[in-house]
Design a protein around this ligand. Structure first.
Ligand SMILES: [Zn+2]
Length: 169
């Protein structure tokens, strides 16, 4: 399991600066933003007290810096964003969805390597919240990882159903 300390060490190694600010004051619900040119991530103060959410948002912001959307673009992330499902999101804007996917692929692989994901499932951790607990990530983040696993399987010609991976609570 990748701890927040480890992630901060990775961030440091990549030369990415992290700052906390009261982002919510000007944008209600804003949790984080990434500026690829300045290699800078800003997280909302509220994340100081939610370690799991901080880990997930931070790793996604790192993903945006490593795979910048387009020059000068700043990625913003607000609360509730992850409740919209992928399809709706991709209808909103295909290019944005693609940028998001690359950032989230990096983020989910950093915090939940495939090999460790399958090991956890084999250990019997096959309910969403159990898997989220195992890796100390949020449930929305784990849902994105499972989406990634399914997409990857499909690329290899295997149609994996949600139920083939996890049980309903
Ligand atoms: Zn993003």
């Amino acid at each position: 399991m990748v701890t927040l300390d480890t992630l901060l060490l990775i961030t440091d190694t990549l030369g990415i600066k992290v700052k906390f600010k009261d982002l919510n004051r000007n944008h209600i619900g804003l949790l984080g933003k990434a500026d690829a040119n300045k290699r800078k991530v800003v997280l909302d103060n509220s994340l100081k007290f939610c370690m799991r959410e901080q880990k997930c948002i931070l790793s996604e912001e790192i993903g945006h810096i490593l795979y910048p959307p387009r020059p000068g673009h700043i990625a913003y992330h607000a609360r509730g964003y992850y409740d919209i499902d992928n399809i709706e999101r991709s209808i909103i804007k295909v290019t944005v969805a693609q940028d998001e996917r690359r950032a989230l692929d990096w983020a989910t692989n950093a915090l939940i390597p495939d090999v460790e994901f399958w090991r956890a499932v084999e250990e019997g951790e096959n309910i969403l919240y159990q898997l989220a607990d195992w890796f100390e990530v949020t449930e929305w983040f784990m849902r994105i990882k499972i989406g990634y696993i399914r997409r990857k399987a499909l690329d290899n010609g295997t149609r994996l159903k949600w139920n083939d991976i996890i049980r309903r609570n």
